[in-house]
Ligand binder design. Structure first.
Ligand code: GLN
Length: 533
């Protein structure tokens, strides 16, 4: 295909309708027709990236191979497409303004007055087209964060309007709205959709396709009515009905012909429907699994499951491929005490201690590690979870009474986790952690080596603290071993207890790279251990 096509996905009526999942599903369908597809998220907030956001604000921060701290929707994109994303796939208003202001300071605008139109909108368009340049992709699907009508979204919608005008049939807009069901009158209501399309029209954008989120089947009459009032073909009114799992959405969208209408409208041939065989095999396994595996996920943000999105999805992938239904119990680390821990954790098949920052909830995490270690319960510690495993072992096995991470107690006598050397002069918080993919070489015979089945791996990181190698010999003599290290720096990436059934702490984040068609080896082995007698 000679030229890149641009598909924009906007949202109306309410937030959280699932633009990310619709974008990822369309991408999956186009990908299964042999097209090269990428997805981009434009976020309307002023943070330069979501790395500085509290997970309570915006859910998990997802990290790409190239070390970008991004929106969690990029996780969906990778899980659906199996193709890595990068910094270019997530752009915020903060970054757009920062770039424009930097250019202004450099003098690039040659004395002109710098304005939202054209300078901000040009910068938005540049960031969209960047992904389409170099002929790497046939389709760039750009999801516009926020809801049409928000002040923050206006420059983005204006950029979309301009691109549609410039590119004609090579650009297309999908608008996602909600059709609420009124229980009292027993009716589905289309008025919010009409209003939302009007809001889009006021900014000069006519949507080409409407995707309607609904809890009940839409009748042909409703589709016709929406088509008539919103100037779209009735075939381009697509129903997106609530489903049990997000992984069913591509199948539903295929049944609705979403990819076909997009291809037609962009003057591309519509050939036979792809079978989606591997995807459907996964779905069948997911729906059929009758036995469960119960995993305790210990963290301090459990009130908001989105804070652990990738971990939860990685557990679902691995459980499914082990023919189990994942039952994930979110356990608040602050609720664990010496007295309650045994009661709260008993009966779990496996325990995962989550990543995190700061002191809050740390003692509860240490209790969870101790429980898993002493009761031979399969354990996976991720990032801070791995650091907790190291601290717990120091305190309770090696008898280093006040052992800690310097993040929690700067003046501990035993800083078994310490600030990385190259972090010592860092003062800014944004984008300054050890981020992105680094190599790790595994120790033959370790549980990790068995899981991956190879010696050299690459995994993504997001941390400032590390295992303190001054203590490595004492740990190894005392029964906890380094199972993976960075080949260039010697930084310990994995600690294991070989005498335990399955006890692995990883400094990196395996959850970011688990996908539907490629469950992550560490999660696969963790679940395997959880279900083995
Ligand atoms: N707070 C720890 C560090 O900075 C762990 C980070 C994490 O869990 N992502 O090293």
């Amino acid at each position: 295909m000679p030229e890149t096509r641009y598909v924009f996905v906007t949202g109306g009526v309410a937030s959280s309708l699932g633009k990310g999942i619709i974008s990822a599903s369309l991408a999956k369908l186009l990908q299964s027709r042999g097209y090269r597809v990428t997805i981009q998220k434009l976020d309307p907030y002023l943070n330069v990236d979501p790395g500085t956001l509290n997970p309570y604000e915006h859910g998990e921060c997802y990290v790409t191979d190239d070390g970008a701290e991004t929106d969690l929707d990029l996780g969906h994109y990778e899980r659906f497409l199996n193709v890595p994303t990068s910094q270019a796939n997530n752009v915020t208003t903060g970054r757009i303004y920062q770039n424009v202001i930097n250019k202004e300071r450099r003098g690039d605008y040659l004395g002109k007055t710098v304005q939202i139109i054209p300078h901000i909108t040009d910068e938005i368009k540049r960031n969209i087209k960047l992904l389409g340049s170099k002929n790497k992709y046939d389709f760039v699907i750009t999801e516009i964060g926020g809801t049409v009508g928000d002040i923050e979204s206006l420059p983005y919608v204006e950029a979309v309007r301009q691109m549609k005008w410039e590119l004609g049939h090579h650009a297309l807009v999908i608008h996602l709205t909600l059709v609420p069901y009124l229980n009292a009158s027993g009716e589905l209501k289309t008025k919010p959709t009409q209003h939302s399309v009007k809001a889009l029209l006021e900014t000069g954008v006519q949507p080409d396709v409407l995707v309607l989120r609904t809890e009940h089947e839409l009748t042909p009459d409703i589709r016709k009515k929406v088509a008539l009032f919103c100037n779209v073909d009735s075939r381009a009114v697509i129903q997106s009905i609530d489903v049990k799992t997000i992984y069913e959405v591509p199948v539903k969208m295929q049944e609705e012909g979403l990819d076909e209408i997009v291809l037609q409208k962009m003057d591309l041939p519509v050939e036979e429907r792809p079978s989606l065989k591997e995807w459907k095999d996964f779905l069948n396994k997911l729906n059929k699994a009758s036995k469960t595996v119960t995993i305790g996920l210990v963290g301090k943000y459990v009130e908001l499951a989105d804070a652990y999105k990738s971990i939860i999805e990685a557990l679902i992938h691995a459980s499914t491929y082990n023919n189990r239904k994942a039952k994930i119990e979110l356990i608040h680390s602050e609720s664990l005490t010496d007295k309650t821990v045994a009661d709260q954790l008993k009966g779990l098949d496996a325990i995962l201690v989550a990543p995190g920052f700061g002191h809050r909830g740390i003692e509860g995490k240490l209790l969870a590690v101790k429980y898993a270690r002493e009761n031979n319960v399969p354990f996976l510690g991720i990032c801070l979870g791995m650091q907790c495993a190291v601290i717990e072992y120091a305190r309770n096995v090696l008898k280093y009474a006040d052992a800690n991470s310097r993040e929690m107690n700067y003046s501990t006598h035993y800083p078994v986790i310490d600030l990385m050397e190259d972090q010592k002069n860092v003062t800014d918080k944004g984008g300054t952690m050890r981020l992105g993919a680094y190599d790790c070489s595994l120790v033959q015979g370790s549980k990790s080596f068995e899981s991956y089945g190879k010696e050299l791996i690459s995994e993504r990181h997001r941390h400032r603290y590390e295992f303190n190698n001054d203590y490595l010999a004492a740990y190894e003599a005392g029964g906890m071993k380094a199972a993976g290290t960075n080949p260039d720096t010697g930084l310990v990436e994995i600690m294991e207890i070989p005498s335990h059934k399955w006890f692995v702490g990883v400094q990196f984040h395996p959850e970011y790279s688990s996908t539907v068609l490629k469950p992550h080896p560490i999660f696969m082995a963790f679940i395997k251990a959880a279900i083995s007698e």
